[in-house]
Design a protein around this ligand. Sequence first.
Ligand code: ADP
Ligand code: ZN
Length: 216
Amino acid sequence: MKKNIILMGPPGAGKGTLAKQLMSALNLVHISTGDMFRDAIKAGTPLGTLAKSYIDKGDLVPDEVTIGLVKERLSQGDCAKGFLLDGFPRTLPQAEALRELSKEINRPIEVVVNLDCDNAELIRRISGRRVCKTCGAPYHVITLKPKVEGVCDICGGPLYQRADDNEEALKVRLEHYVQDTKPLLDFYAKEGLLESFNSLVGKEELFDQVSKFLNK
Ligand code: ADP
Ligand code: ZN
């Protein structure tokens, strides 16, 4: 079984959905920088206020802030059983900081799971995405409707559209992905850690493929 995993892919490729499926199947700690920022925004902390000013525009939160947050989380005791990083690293300085940190704490990255998806599908997925405010479960206005409009099937919480799931912010997010994050695929390919999957196969099939691979 592989532990200490990085999950990568453009916004809308299905990282969050796959991470949730993997978390119920594997005994790992899920570390999503996007979720951590959204929690901070909800709690109204100074970190939340800072993060919101970047996230709503589709921009990346500054490296020093994000790196500090992950360092703190990854050093905690529960991560010894293994972790899944979802949405981090997203820039070369973040990847370099992670390499140093994982050496320091002796928790080496074992694999980078990359999700491939074409642009038209990313835009379709994100523009129709709705998320449960309470439990974070993802929905889509056309392809994944809840039983009752606006209400989460799982917990009954209200569904909402993320502030950064609009056309303008999405354009910026995709640009950041191409400029800042995509180069990391080369970085990890050189380290022999990269394993890519096509996310167009659908979420059940994708989960099946990735979990079989991680269990090898
Ligand atoms: P998605 O993958 O759909 O873009 P995430 O939930 O992973 O969504 O991230 C939402 C936003 O949070 C990003 O657009 C960015 O502004 C911020 N963010 C998340 N992770 C990072 C990171 N590693 N570095 C900088 N900003 C981040
Ligand atoms: Zn819910």
